[in-house]
Design a protein around this ligand. Structure first.
Ligand code: SF4
Ligand code: FE
Length: 482
């Protein structure tokens, strides 16, 4: 079993020949498409890091499931230390790419499904866990990318799945055939879907009696018949199609979000991991969400490192790095970023073993982590915008920099500290712009708010996990109140 390199991964993706609707066109050859390519490169880095001398020890881990060495992005966590290493790996990737590198969703889904199927089998006599073990051992051995798909469109938010005018508003079992089920519906906001070999579909929320058809978890290849992909737009994304990479901000990497439609997709029995057991739908959702909320304590921190570095660099280029208020702002950015990291590490360090044997993060601390992520990157972005200055929103284009008439004026009037090339100053400003207001802000800001669930979802979990009654009881004892 050999771990793939980035190039081998890209080739394996090309071999899939996936098609998507991209900006009004049905498009193939996606890894070479200008809009899609940066997101493929970000995932490819997660493969190369398993070979790079500096990072390979962090990215490689022994898996008892397939009795071999696997990429940590497909590992079932065997200890709290594994959970910590996951966060370190994600921070590294965020720092190296400056964007969402997409490969964590399947990892988080796998760990949640592994433990939930075990407990479901014990209660209901099903054989989902064995099926999943077999499936995931294959994923590990072939070093594949799996997208975890949870978020349903939900239609009228005031109605339950069975009450919707259109039952497809939540992915459901529409039909049964010998040897499997037929599913229908859609998943929105699917990070890295077109860069994946496989999809793990999970329910979007706790299902109740009468909602068995929507309590379904299964795996399908991204090439399965009946699946249609519609590419998500991001702010300033067509800059990726321009001749110069300067205005892109992040010239190499980028994220990817995709609307995924399931139109009567057949799923064979061996790929079904929950089918009507409503009492385990909520656990699956909560565990996945907690893992992904932990993830943000790594990936967003890594992207934060990029924004902090770029902000400090532009301050230096502008000649203001020694000003007291600039230093204070940069220290504040670091403080906020490291607070997120501390939360990611804390929920990992307090992880515990599930009955299935893998490790689950501390759910209270993982939700605290993500609730902070819904705020701090916005404050870090505000401070970066403050330090960078107004040019962030008014700078001429790369094409004008190359223009024989306009170019010399730009070089003359955008000069700042001695020795700083104007083009370099423009590169740094474009990178900051990318993260606070451009395509990168999808990953750094909007996803920080809504990815792994919006803040209200974290507040519900925090309220549930915090043992408020226990705290009240202790106060009563302290005060001798009956
Ligand atoms: Fe991974 Fe972060 Fe992207 Fe989620 S948002 S897939 S955790 S990089
Ligand atoms: Fe995400």
């Amino acid at each position: 079993m050999a771990l793939k390199t980035g190039d081998q991964y890209v080739q394996s993706l090309k071999d899939l020949n996936l098609e998507a609707h991209v900006m009004g066109r049905r498009t193939g050859d996606l890894p070479d498409h200008g809009l899609v390519g940066p997101s493929v490169r970000a995932v490819a880095l997660t493969y190369d890091a398993a070979h790079d001398r500096e990072t390979r020890d962090l990215f490689r881990v022994h898996s008892p499931l397939c009795s071999g060495e696997v990429n940590r992005f497909s590992h079932l966590h065997q200890s709290a230390d594994d959970l910590i290493k996951k966060v370190l790996m994600q921070r590294y990737c965020g720092h190296a790419t400056g964007c969402c590198f997409q490969r964590c969703v399947g990892l988080d889904a796998a760990n949640a499904i592994f433990s939930t199927t075990f407990e479901c089998d014990q209660k209901h006599g099903t054989d989902y866990h064995q099926r999943f073990q077999k499936y995931w051992a294959w994923i590990q051995q072939d070093d594949l990318v799996v997208d975890g798909a949870m978020t349903d469109p939900k239609g009228d938010r005031g109605k339950r799945p069975a009450e919707q005018t259109d039952p497809d508003m939540f992915v459901r079992v529409k039909d049964r055939r010998p040897g499997g089920i037929v599913v229908s519906g859609a998943k929105l906001h699917q990070t890295g879907m077109l860069n994946s070999h496989e999809i793990l579909v999970m329910p979007t929320m706790n299902m109740r009696p009468g909602e068995e058809a929507w309590a379904v978890c299964f795996a399908v290849p991204t090439t399965a018949e009946g699946i249609r992909y519609i590419y998500g737009r991001q702010a300033s994304d067509t800059r990726k199609l321009e001749a110069s990479t300067l205005d892109m901000g992040n010239p190499v990497y980028g994220g990817q979000e995709v609307m995924t439609v399931f139109e009567d997709v057949f799923v064979p029995d061996e790929r079904i991991f929950l089918d009507g057991e409503i009492d385990f739908s909520g656990a699956m959702v909560e565990r996945f969400a907690s893992y992904h909320r932990q993830s943000y304590g790594g990936c967003k921190v890594g992207v934060g490192d990029v924004l902090i570095g770029a902000t400090a660099l532009i301050a230096r280029m502008n000649g203001v790095e020694k000003a007291g208020h600039i230093r204070e702002k940069i220290v504040e950015m670091i403080h906020l970023n490291e607070t997120l990291f501390a939360c990611g590490i804390a929920c990992s360090a307090r992880g515990y073993q599930t009955p299935a044997g893998n490790y689950q993060v501390d759910m209270l601390l993982a939700n605290v982590c993500k609730l902070n992520v819904t705020r701090f990157p916005y404050e870090i972005a505000r401070l970066a915008t403050d330090v960078a200055g107004g040019l962030l929103g008014t700078m001429p284009s790369a094409a004008d920099l190359d223009d024989p008439l306009a170019g010399p004026y730009i070089r003359k009037y955008l000069a700042a500290a001695d020795g700083v090339a104007v083009v370099d100053r423009m590169k740094v400003l474009r990178l900051i712009e990318n993260l606070v207001a451009g395509a990168g802000a999808v990953g750094y800001l909007i996803e920080s708010m809504h990815g792994a669930g919006p803040p209200a979802a974290q507040r519900i979990m925090i309220g549930r996990q915090a043992d408020l009654e226990g705290k009240i009881e202790r106060v009563k004892q302290l005060l001798d109140i009956g």
